[in-house]
Design a protein around this ligand. Structure first.
Ligand code: CMP
Length: 135
């Protein structure tokens, strides 16, 4: 089933010059870019995006990180796009993510893990509406 999913290339991806390589992985897989924008977000946008995590211990440094510099917000479309993107991204912790995945190949961190991908159809719908209300 064709789906849309929301992806963030986090500030570490921009700072490290990995945006092109990461987008190439999604495009090479066959996913279409529906929307793409580089932005610097404030704390309110970070809190809205990570609403389910704002009370967690790990959230304050995560908020500082995602507001620390430009990031790239993307909507991708393709067959089973949500699960496909999560598989390409790899496990949350870059130290444990499998080689061959984006995090497994480029991240050594649980926080600075380069990418975010929606974890369910409900999350994708909510996140796309939050970041790209015109879609
Ligand atoms: P993401 O897929 O964007 O969803 C929530 C984010 O919180 C996650 O990627 C990581 O960047 C971060 N995260 C999750 N768990 C931890 C943790 N235990 N310590 C630090 N950061 C975390």
């Amino acid at each position: 089933m064709t789906q849309r999913t929301f992806v963030l290339l986090k500030p570490d991806a921009v700072k490290r010059g990995l945006v092109g390589q990461i987008l190439a992985r999604f495009e090479s897989k066959g996913l279409q870019i529906v929307a793409l924008e580089q932005r610097t977000i404030d704390a309110a946008q970070a809190d809205a995006h990570y609403a389910e995590h704002v009370e967690r211990d790990f959230y304050p440094p995560l908020r500082d990180f995602v507001t620390s510099g430009p990031l790239v917000a993307v909507v991708l479309e393709g067959d089973e796009a949500i699960e496909v993107v999560r598989a390409l991204n790899g496990a949350t912790d870059g130290r444990k993510a499998a080689p061959g995945t984006i995090r497994g190949d480029y991240s050594l961190s649980n926080r600075e893990n380069l990418v975010h991908g929606s974890d369910s159809p409900e999350s994708a719908e909510r996140e796309i509406a939050l970041w790209f209300p015109a879609l």
